[in-house]
Design a protein around this ligand. Sequence first.
Ligand SMILES: *[C@@H]1O[C@H](CO)[C@@H](O)[C@H](O)[C@H]1NC(C)=O
Ligand SMILES: *[C@@H]1O[C@H](CO)[C@@H](O)[C@H](O)[C@H]1NC(C)=O
Ligand SMILES: *[C@@H]1O[C@H](CO)[C@@H](O)[C@H](O)[C@H]1NC(C)=O
Ligand SMILES: *[C@@H]1O[C@H](CO)[C@@H](O)[C@H](O)[C@H]1NC(C)=O
Length: 482
Amino acid sequence: MELRRIALLLAFFVVAVCSQCSDAHTMRKRGAEDGDYDENLMGDEGPTDDEAQNDDRGDEKETPPETIITQPTSYNVTVGRTVRLECKVSPNNRPVIQWSKDGQPLFMGQARFPMAQLEMPERLNVSIATNDLLIVDVRPADSGKYKCTVIQAQQTSIEHVIAVQEAPRIIRYTVSDNGVVMEGSELVLRCDVAGSPAPTIIWSRDNGAGNVRLTEADAIFTLNTATIKNVRREKAGKYYCFVFNALGSTQSEHNVKVLHKPHVQVHKTVVNSALEVEAILQCVAHAEPAPRITWYKDGSMIDPFSPYVVSTDGPHSNLTVTPHQDSDFGTFTCVATNSHGKHNRSIELVQRPVVEGVELEGNKLSWRVHSHQPLRKVELQLRDTEAVVTTLNVPLPEDTNKHEIEFIYALENVTPGKYEVVVKAENSKEWSRESEPVIVDYEAMPMPIQTASVYHGNSHSIRPASSVILSSAFMYLLVRMF
Ligand SMILES: *[C@@H]1O[C@H](CO)[C@@H](O)[C@H](O)[C@H]1NC(C)=O
Ligand SMILES: *[C@@H]1O[C@H](CO)[C@@H](O)[C@H](O)[C@H]1NC(C)=O
Ligand SMILES: *[C@@H]1O[C@H](CO)[C@@H](O)[C@H](O)[C@H]1NC(C)=O
Ligand SMILES: *[C@@H]1O[C@H](CO)[C@@H](O)[C@H](O)[C@H]1NC(C)=O
């Protein structure tokens, strides 16, 4: 094949340099004699034939060099269309021309004698009448620089540029393991696309809370892949391959599941209730595949036909219990199991008060107490750096029938220093546990300087909420009830 091409090129070189010599004349003459056939195809080529015949009359004057009068042009061509690349020469003595693409010859010859169509695809044709290169059914690979050269002593050429335009297409969008991967493994998204100009790919994930573009922090990108190493369960969701170029855009989606063992969370770890008071213990278990949720009381599986009612909805499970006797209180455990493992969390159902949500903002301490039983006492314990405990008795609200009471308490007139503060409450049944300690740093707090003594131990002088305006009160106290 190569040899043939070289031979042909050599042949044309000879044709080119001898275009003025007698061989060429002979050839042209023969062309003219065969003209009956050609002229039927090229009705408008009359003058050229005349010129050729003039030559044949033995007029030995030199043929003027041919020039290309077509201007170089850039074409944006949509896939499937036809494009005509012009190469008009003047005067047109049917020169030997060459069409090449990106430096590779496509065609060489005198238009009416296409002596070499060098591996020119069938979709390409050189018009014998005009030297134009016609490309039908344009493909993306047809993009490039097309050069028309007139082969003569002084070669002349022009170059056209074709930019094939194709709206982006997604040929195939695949996800490793068909989108079901173990937590910790590698997730590879691959989007094979077509389009011209080459489409840009944007990767994104919709985990139910909106479609968010993947960044370098999420994945490693190559031209058409996104790889997430050590994929976490939070990375499950719908992954999109969105592609666009100047002509348009398209997208494809794929679900990704990240398999992992269950993880159980409970709404509250301690729930207060009373005899004949219904309590709802809430648990949520995340797992892939979805887990089976079972409940235990004090280590024994709960009989579903027991007085307990279990209601499960997706990852959520509620155990509704109405205690009829003291032994109905205890530790309830929500256990979730799937093929990758199991996990549990426990909820204590108690009759003691439950103190929670202890927070310090400025010098205001706030917390909540849950108790279906009437409260008897609420205390703050301030433990200083020498482990000396100061107990502050917090007045109770007037309405003790509330089951959830919010307290806000301003700590004032306390000896400067650092304290660990805990909250305790007692109801008709028992004392609560101490709350998690909160660190209070009085040195950091601008306090009004007062000489009032710091109070140690329990006191009956604590005033109810209505008397907080008393300036001698060493604490300012607010009790808000729901
Ligand atoms: C061809 O398309 C490109 C963008 O795709 C544009 O910048 C250029 O102007 C277009 N040229 C013509 C001749 O339409
Ligand atoms: C190219 O020319 C040949 C011969 O003239 C013809 O058979 C063919 O159909 C043409 N192809 C195109 C794409 O026009
Ligand atoms: C569990 O109880 C809560 C509070 O009553 C309720 O909002 C939720 O819908 C319940 N969930 C199920 C699965 O029953
Ligand atoms: C809960 O998990 C702990 C720790 O894995 C285990 O010891 C305990 O038996 C589990 N409880 C139940 C009821 O499955």
